[in-house]
Design a binder for this molecule. Structure first.
Ligand code: PLP
Length: 383
């Protein structure tokens, strides 16, 4: 891990002093840089930011300004994005909704479909029951069929819950057209934090062969949505994004015609490294010879990614000192609220601050009010 400049550390401390802890600091400059890196590395791909990674409206606004589009998975997420685009001229509105939003949850409540229909949205599906629901409650939608692809070696696997079997894909496309609906594209997700780039290669090849068959049967499908999964450099074993981008560009060029629209749904990639959490030590004990620190933030709150995202965050002290292996717990009364049983930390005292980096994705997004402890305060910098 690189050592942070003193000035940067002092800045964190200043924010913690002013706003109290726990405080979650979102750096919008980083978000803009991430979007730039993504679009420059994948020139044929339009990025639809997966809002669930961090749905803070200020992040949506920043990414909207940089030219990003959005992947939403619920009606409230749809409205967070929609409220940014409502001033657009009505004439161009339809193109614009599709250019800017994909509703990428293949399972939708009937009430959601009813509420979405007036926007003529682009929505995903992966089974016949959902198709019937869309036909009945959101007949003005454009459809994207999500297929099931290998998720081998991804930190979070999704293929057990979502995606039509590739062998059923063309039939599901035909069913949609037979019902008077229109299928605009195919999508997939290789699993989140995907460090096995072969998943993308296989998924692209599967998509290409499904498309070929669909075209032969007269279905003009023009979108391929390559989903999320783009890995973040949490540690040195993560392969470089540049390498993945090179492989994707080559394969997209080889497999798809020039006029094919290529979408992606990066979530983590846009926000993970754009936030830092500062938390305070509120208790200290020695148990079985090991020093235990109790923090004012934990697994039910900003560290929820430890559970839901299978992600380990490292805590760092602001002062140097001889380090020893310590345990770190959250503030609630549940023993499950354990952030780490083995963090290398110097000897610290109650009231000292710690910080965790790369905590922007799947963290505050799934924070709760368990035990009456509210989520961390959110502060924006470089907006
Ligand atoms: C969660 C999700 C994403 C974002 O995934 P990342 O791995 O964070 O990039 C994209 N698309 C869909 C359908 C998702 O469910």
């Amino acid at each position: 891990m690189q050592k942070r400049p003193k000035k940067w550390l002092a800045g964190l401390k200043r924010i913690a002093k002013k706003h109290g802890t726990p405080v979650f600091i979102i750096d919008h400059k980083k978000i803009r840089e991430n979007h730039k890196e993504f679009t420059e590395s994948l020139p044929r791909v339009q990025a639809y930011y997966a809002v669930k990674a961090n749905s803070n409206p200020e992040i949506v606004k920043t990414l909207y300004k940089t030219g990003a589009s959005f992947d939403v998975a619920s009606f409230p997420e749809f409205m967070i994005v929609h409220d940014n685009i409502k001033n657009l001229p009505q004439k161009k509105r339809q193109d614009f909704i599709w250019d800017k939003i994909i509703y990428a949850n293949t399972i939708k409540r009937i009430e959601t479909l009813q509420a979405l229909d007036q926007y003529k949205p682009l929505v995903t599906y992966d089974n016949i029951e959902e198709l019937k629901k869309i036909k009945a409650h959101c007949p003005h939608a454009g459809l994207v069929l999500r297929i099931r692809v290998p998720n081998t070696g991804s930190m979070v696997e999704l293929s057990s819950k979502f995606g039509a079997h590739p062998g059923e894909a063309v039939d599901l496309i035909a069913e949609a057209f037979n019902a008077g609906l229109v299928v605009e594209g195919l999508s997939f997700h290789v699993g989140s934090q995907c460090n096995n780039f072969e998943n993308y290669m296989q998924a692209l090849q599967l998509s290409a062969s499904i498309l070929k068959e669909a075209w032969l049967r007269g279905y003009k499908i023009k979108i391929v949505d390559i989903g999320g999964g783009f890995p973040v450099k949490y540690h040195s074993r993560v392969k470089p994004f540049k390498k993945l981008a090179g492989m994707l560009n080559t394969e997209i060029e080889r497999l798809f015609p020039k006029d094919m629209e290529i979408l992606a749904e990066p979530g983590r990639f846009m926000v993970a490294n754009a936030a830092v959490l500062v938390t305070k030590i509120i208790g200290k004990a020695v148990r079985d010879g090991k020093t235990c620190y109790y923090l004012d933030d934990g697994v039910y709150h900003t560290f929820s990614g430890i559970v839901f995202d299978h992600c380990q965050y490292h805590l760092k002290a602001f002062e140097d000192g001889e380090k020893k292996v310590s345990a770190v717990f959250g503030p609630t009364c549940d023993a499950f609220d354990t952030i780490s049983v083995a963090e290398e930390l110097p000897d610290l005292k109650i009231g000292d601050l710690l910080y965790a980096e790369n905590i922007g994705a799947y963290s505050t997004a799934s924070s709760t009010y368990f035990n009456g402890f509210p989520p961390a305060k959110i502060i924006h910098i470089n907006k």
